[in-house]
Design a protein around this ligand. Structure first.
Ligand code: PDD
Length: 286
């Protein structure tokens, strides 16, 4: 693939970052994952805004919106892609060993775009298996989950638990024992026709898909409550699903040993989300 690296499109083999880059040395940097449909990057402005917020929260100067937009589309075009997985990575840049960000020169900006690999249809038809991870979600007062940072060990440790237990994804609790999110997704559940999801105050990344799904639900007469919930609330639900940019709305078939059917609200929201993507793509085609 061709990669955007600091202003240039280069072949993958030449897209090389210094071993002194603080992104590599300390996980000091941020990223965004996006998806394009028919050559249109869905919700690109929202992703750029969140990247800029993450940058602000780690006091890293982010490129302007126009530069990021151009970089994303240049990478898609350089690879002749239409339905793509896209990742922007922005790291603190190269500097001598030592934590002080002031030691680093300019940030490193990378954009990767690859053909989008669809999730297996069976995942959407039957749903996937989740567990509760023993690894707790980072405290907002420590490394705020609102920062979509390169320091992903918290989530990787939970993902390893999921894999070790034969599950697809892990739900993390916060230090107080409330539900937060999955390792790369937000969690929703339905009880007595009401849609519930942990609030941002629980210590989560405020997912762009999450926000859209909440809006679509409300617009279509489904009551939504954001709040503090326990694992038992999830286990007592009639439907569970997760959301993120790549998987969209993904049904959950099992949490620990409790099994779920793919329910009506999950199906409705998945199809409303897909319709929203189609609408966005036709309104934003380039
Ligand atoms: N992950 N929570 C976490 C911890 C995430 O990493 C993500 C996204 C989400 C969902 O956010 P959104 O709906 O904006 O994609 C929630 C992406 C897909 C990733 O890491 O590649």
């Amino acid at each position: 693939m061709n990669i955007f690296l600091d202003g240039l499109i280069v072949p993958e083999a030449e897209a090389v970052v210094s071993v002194y880059d603080h992104g590599f040395l300390y996980g000091d940097g941020i990223y965004e994952t996006m998806r394009s449909y028919d050559g249109v990057v869905f919700m690109l402005s929202r992703h750029i805004k969140r990247l800029q917020r993450s940058a602000h929260l780690i006091r890293l100067e982010a490129p302007e919106k126009e530069r990021l937009t151009d970089a994303v589309y240049a990478t898609i075009e350089a690879n002749n892609l239409s339905d793509a997985y896209i990742r922007i990575t922005l790291s603190r840049g190269k500097g001598p060993i030592g934590l002080d960000p002031g030691l680093c020169g300019k940030h490193t900006l990378v954009v990767i775009a690859e053909p989008f690999r669809e999730y297996p249809a069976l995942c959407y038809e039957r749903g996937v298996h989740l567990i509760f991870a023993k690894t707790r979600r980072n405290l907002a007062e420590a490394v705020d989950p609102k920062i979509k940072s390169l320091n992903f060990l918290n989530n990787i440790l939970a993902k390893m638990e999921a894999k070790e237990r034969g599950a697809y994804e892990a739900v993390m609790l916060n230090a107080a024992g409330f539900l937060t999110e999955g390792t790369v997704c937000n969690i929703f559940f339905v009880r007595h026709g009401i849609l519930y999801t942990p609030s941002v105050a629980a210590g989560i990344l405020d997912g762009i898909t999450r926000e859209l799904v909440i809006g679509l639900a409300r617009k279509n007469g489904i009551k939504v409550e954001e709040g503090k919930f326990y694992p038992e609330d999830l286990l007592g639900a009639s439907e569970v699903f997760f959301t993120n940019t790549t998987a969209e709305v993904m049904p959950v078939a099992r949490v620990e040993d409790r099994e779920f059917e793919v329910g009506e609200i999950t199906r409705v929201l998945r199809s409303l989300y897909r319709a929203e993507v189609r609408r966005y793509v036709s309104n934003n085609s380039r």
